[in-house]
Design a protein around this ligand. Structure first.
Ligand SMILES: O=C(O)CCC(=O)C(=O)O
Length: 218
């Protein structure tokens, strides 16, 4: 049954910084103030480059719907995982990264100890109830010195934060609207994923979870 969630639900007090591993931090509620603006930008981006369910090189359709903004975008089909300058579905460049996205990612990285962060891509994930992201590493980026900054909006989820080997048991991290996870340095290549999102209704995002994943790809 769907549950109604309070607008500012959080687990630890907003503003706390929890270490997850060396170089990995959970910034509780870091995006709360910016959240409504970020969601409006997601809608604008998706009106140019719509959400779509990508196909893996092995031929499976991903349950999470994705789009991108920035100089490049992450894409997958039977030919492989890669970054492209042109959205293959529209034939146009990916929408530019909004200034508010750039500032938010920069400030979150800085709060986690990574200065001068300038991502060139933001992968936007949209989760419907029941959808999940299996354990994986972000390894399509040429420059892996920069961290990943990951912003959660809408419905809550359980984030799996694993080790450097796939077999390492992942830690289960509950994430709610406004939480930001940053992982870089010795944690940059850790496995991570998301358990199936539970049904619910969020006042700003409806029956959905969105995730912004900022990366330096080139
Ligand atoms: O949705 C999330 O919290 C994580 C997203 C993710 O792992 C990815 O896009 O690589």
């Amino acid at each position: 049954m769907a549950v109604s969630l309070p607008l500012f639900e959080s687990i630890a007090p907003t503003g706390t910084r929890e270490p997850l591993a060396p170089g990995a931090w959970l910034l509780r509620g870091f995006a709360l103030d910016a959240a409504a603006g970020l969601l409006a930008e997601i809608e604008r981006i998706a009106s140019s480059s719509p959400f779509r369910n990508l196909v893996t090189p092995g031929g499976k359709t991903m349950s999470v719907a994705m789009t991108n903004c920035g100089a490049v975008g992450w894409f997958s089909d039977r030919r492989g995982y890669r970054y492209t300058e042109i959205d293959p579905e529209t034939g146009r460049p990916w929408p530019a990264m909004p200034g508010s996205f750039m500032k938010h990612a920069h400030d979150a990285a800085s709060a986690a100890g990574f200065e001068n962060y300038a991502p060139d891509v933001c992968l936007i994930n949209r989760y419907e109830p029941g959808t999940r992201l299996t354990l994986h590493r972000d390894h399509d980026e040429r420059d892996r010195r920069a961290p990943i900054v990951s912003v959660s909006l809408g419905l809550p989820a359980t984030f799996l934060f694993g080790g450097l080997a796939r077999k390492d048991a992942p830690r289960r991290v509950p994430l709610v609207h406004g939480d930001v996870v940053v992982w870089g340095g010795p944690s940059r290549m850790r496995y991570h994923g998301v358990l199936p999102v539970k049904a619910g209704e969020h006042p700003l995002a409806g029956a959905r979870r969105y995730n912004l994943t900022f990366r330096v790809a080139r």
